[in-house]
Design a protein around this ligand. Structure first.
Ligand SMILES: C[S@@+](CC[C@H](N)C(=O)[O-])C[C@H]1O[C@@H](n2cnc3c(N)ncnc32)[C@H](O)[C@@H]1O
Length: 246
């Protein structure tokens, strides 16, 4: 692995992700040094601490607002959007629904999906692993905000053909990663929270294989809690080079 860095900007935005997580962990019942299997999937941690996540990730866009608005401005009114790793749907899926888009959200943590279903009845929410989902349809927009970086490098490489398979020609993709190839440890609910990133050029290549071109990219965007943010657009013609039919 490459360099290590502190945290990729996870967490609600009024304070930096790491600081917010630190505060949340300090206030939670689950105190430091809980010894969990470090190889366990990260979604299990979100499931264990679903209530803490719901309390932290509040309604109303903040630091992500500009990116979400730019993403939406590329899409036709009412277009179908897929939110990959949507959590409980706040604040992003909720805003997209308010803006009149058709919204599907997937997340592997059942408690978060249950909350999304209950509180956002206009959306369609399903429990799926983002490394192996097949929704049998395509979308004009796909957002994957602060979720990809919880997968290992090997798992992340599996996600891009799935994005390609669920993207319409001309689809817009918005997602976050770490700034450079490597791994980092944050903390949530008193537990270690792993983050991983591929390098810039590998993401560009993985996108290109699926017919996506990067249209905007900001490494460690200071206006977005130092998140590294990507917007990509798919060419209007047909099939990703990975061979997955769209
Ligand atoms: C930092 S939260 C971000 C949630 C939401 N996108 C947001 O902006 O608030 C990361 C989310 O990724 C989900 N997640 C982690 N691993 C996953 C996997 N393998 N498949 C689907 N969801 C996963 C977690 O359950 C959690 O809801």
């Amino acid at each position: 692995m490459g360099e290590r860095y502190a945290c990729f900007g996870v967490g609600p935005p009024a304070v930096s992700g790491c600081e917010r997580q630190r505060r949340a962990a300090a206030g939670s019942q689950a105190k430091q040094n809980v010894s969990m299997d470090p190889t366990a999937p990260v979604w299990e941690l979100y499931e264990r601490h679903a209530e803490l996540w719901r309390r932290n990730r509040l309604p109303g866009l903040t630091l992500e607002r500009d990116w979400i608005e730019r993403f939406c401005s590329q899409l036709p009114l009412g277009a179908p959007i897929l939110d990959v790793g949507c959590g409980h749907g706040q604040p992003i899926a909720a805003q997209l629904l308010r803006d009149g888009f058709g919204l599907w959200g997937i997340d592997r943590a059942p408690s978060l999906i249950n909350t999304a279903r209950t509180t956002l009845p206009g959306g369609h929410f399903e429990v799926f692993d983002m490394t192996s989902f097949d929704l049998g349809r395509t979308f004009a927009g796909i957002v994957m905000w602060h979720s990809l970086f919880h997968l290992t490098a090997v798992e992340q490489r599996r996600v891009f053909p799935l994005l390609g398979a669920h993207a319409e020609p001309g689809a817009v993709l918005l997602f976050t990663t770490g700034p450079t190839a490597g791994s980092a440890s944050g903390e949530f609910g008193g537990e270690v929270l792993a983050h991983h990133s591929l390098g810039h050029d590998e993401y560009v290549d993985l996108l290109a294989v699926e017919g996506f071109t990067v249209v905007d990219y900001r490494e460690s965007d200071p206006d977005c809690g130092n998140a590294t943010v990507w917007m990509a657009e798919r060419a209007n013609a047909g099939v990703g080079r990975s061979g997955v039919d769209v």
